[in-house]
Design a protein around this ligand. Structure first.
Ligand SMILES: [Zn+2]
Length: 342
């Protein structure tokens, strides 16, 4: 038997009653009121910590029983989920564990899930999305950051010829072409845009010692293109909604994203893993066409010599995007040894 309050549903009067359950029969008795009902006909509110239970009776009246007074077996078979939640809410360790699980899931999603999904979607992205994104980005940069090249026309024609001949024999590429610009603001740099444009600046071309080193840097950029690095990087940062609309070829979703491409190219850099992949791609592509991969190391050393100390941030973009580290040079040297053995 438990104490409760009886509200008749017509007046505001509250009557104190004693409530009991015998078999399936619920009965109450108190201040000039008494009655009974089958438990199955009584609608019992869900369990919520600190909130009294409301038992709606068939006659339209209600019984209220304090939360902690409610006998558990009166609820048997009802509100299973709420009962479970209530139990969970009472256990502090469950709450802490939940926070931990949610935190770990979030971390896992951001660290692995999202990049995984971004890669899958980038790989299936309609080609016209890459083209549209690359062209929009190029349009934004042209006239501001990218000015007409001052290299002699014959030199440009020669480089273009080298680039075309090399890239034609590299498999797994979209349509690519070389674009040469003068860019006082971005200094010595080379980058690939998702539409297949590989941009070299005059300053970078002047710093490279020979044709082979030019081809080596081109091969590295072609690696970024072959692996869709630009799109994958963009996809990691746009969020799910944009990702999905892009996957369905919605070009309007590109506005805004394309504007971020130049900023990314000039201020950020690919992950080490992406750089290592582009390097490996380059070493293989070079070797396959009879060019010693040491040309890549030569290019890196030449760039470093051209900008000793890497003091002026403007002039050493390629080096800041592509840090010269011993590991990359060692890999180029290893690829070269391998090449010479063949
Ligand atoms: Zn790179």
């Amino acid at each position: 038997m438990v104490s409760g309050e009886y509200h008749d549903g017509r007046s505001t009067r509250i009557r104190r009653v004693q409530v009991m359950l015998e078999g399936d029969q619920l009965s109450w008795r108190g201040d000039d009121v008494q009655g009974a009902a089958q438990l199955v006909q009584v609608n019992v509110s869900a369990r919520m910590i600190g909130v009294p239970f409301t038992l709606r009776l068939p006659n339209g009246a209600q019984l209220q029983i304090a939360h902690d007074d409610m006998p558990g077996d009166w609820l048997r078979g009802r509100h299973r989920i709420e009962t479970l939640v209530d139990w969970l809410e009472r256990k502090r360790w469950v709450a802490l564990a939940s926070v931990l699980v949610i935190g770990l899931s979030l971390f896992g999603w951001l660290e692995y899930g999202m990049p995984w999904m971004a890669d899958r979607i980038a790989a299936r992205m309609p080609q016209r999305m890459d083209v549209a994104m690359g062209q929009q980005a190029l349009t934004l940069m042209r006239g501001r950051m990218l000015l007409p090249s001052h290299l002699p026309a014959e030199r440009q024609a020669h480089l273009r010829e080298l680039f075309d001949r090399f890239s034609r024999n590299v498999t797994g590429l979209p349509a690519v072409h070389l674009a040469i610009y003068d860019s006082p603001s971005i200094g010595a740099n080379a980058f690939a845009l998702p539409d297949g444009t590989v941009v070299f600046t005059d300053t970078l071309l002047k710093a490279l010692p020979d044709d082979a080193s030019f081809i080596a840097v081109s091969a590295h950029e072609l690696g970024h293109l072959a692996y869709h690095h630009q799109m994958r990087e963009v996809m990691r940062n746009v969020g799910l909604t944009v990702m999905i609309s892009m996957a369905f070829g919605d070009v309007t979703s590109l506005s805004g994203i394309s504007a971020a491409v130049p900023t990314f190219l000039l201020n950020n850099h690919y992950s080490r893993a992406f750089e290592a992949d582009a390097d490996d791609f380059a070493f293989q592509a070079l070797a396959r066409q009879g060019i010693d991969p040491i040309a890549f190391a030569d290019a890196m050393h030449a760039l470093e010599r051209a900008h000793p100390g890497a003091a002026d941030g403007r002039e050493v973009r390629y080096m800041s995007n592509h840090p010269l580290d011993a590991e990359r040079i060692a890999k180029a040297e290893a690829a070269s040894r391998q090449f010479r053995k063949l």
